[in-house]
Ligand binder design. Structure first.
Ligand code: SF4
Ligand code: SF4
Length: 140
């Protein structure tokens, strides 16, 4: 079983192809779309989490690349700079998955990376710039 967040970049000529349909039907993968920016006749970008059988996942990635899509692995994309964090809590209010939470009794912030869906809301919310993207060219 594999669970992996990726970004797909679609060249304009295949942006309207049923790519997600093929991932589900031909490779038996579960697709959780996290963010999308798709416009006809322009480059498309799709951030998603794929999960399923490891062999099927590898075949699907190979197939995507054969179709001309760029596949960017998003593992460990968001990093928390504990040295910059002031524990103000702004990110804990906005984080949709509770990847950033206050820990009691000290009321200090903790980052649970395994819960992060790479939505990047905390990057904009953090006044101390303590949240960063590890793979800069993967951001929307
Ligand atoms: S990127 Fe989104 S899910 Fe991840 S820690 Fe930041 S707000 Fe939470
Ligand atoms: S918003 Fe930034 S400074 Fe405030 S708790 Fe979150 S990571 Fe730390």
């Amino acid at each position: 079983m594999v669970k992996q967040k990726i970004v797909l970049r679609f060249p304009p000529h295949i942006v309207e192809q049923p790519t997600i349909y093929h991932l589900i039907k031909d490779f038996d993968l579960m697709v959780n779309i996290l963010r999308a920016d798709i416009n006809p006749r322009k480059e498309g970008r799709l951030m998603m989490e794929l999960s399923g059988n490891e062999a099927n996942y590898q075949k699907a990635i190979e197939w995507l690349r054969e179709q001309g899509l760029q596949v960017i692995n998003l593992e460990q994309q968001i990093i928390w700079r504990s040295d910059l964090c002031t524990h103000c809590g702004a990110c804990t209010v906005i984080c949709p998955t509770e990847a950033l939470v206050f820990e009691r009794p000290g009321m200090t912030v903790r980052f649970a990376e395994e819960k992060c869906i790479v939505c990047e809301l905390c990057l904009r919310a953090c006044p101390a710039r303590a949240m960063e993207t590890l793979v800069e060219n993967a951001s929307f």
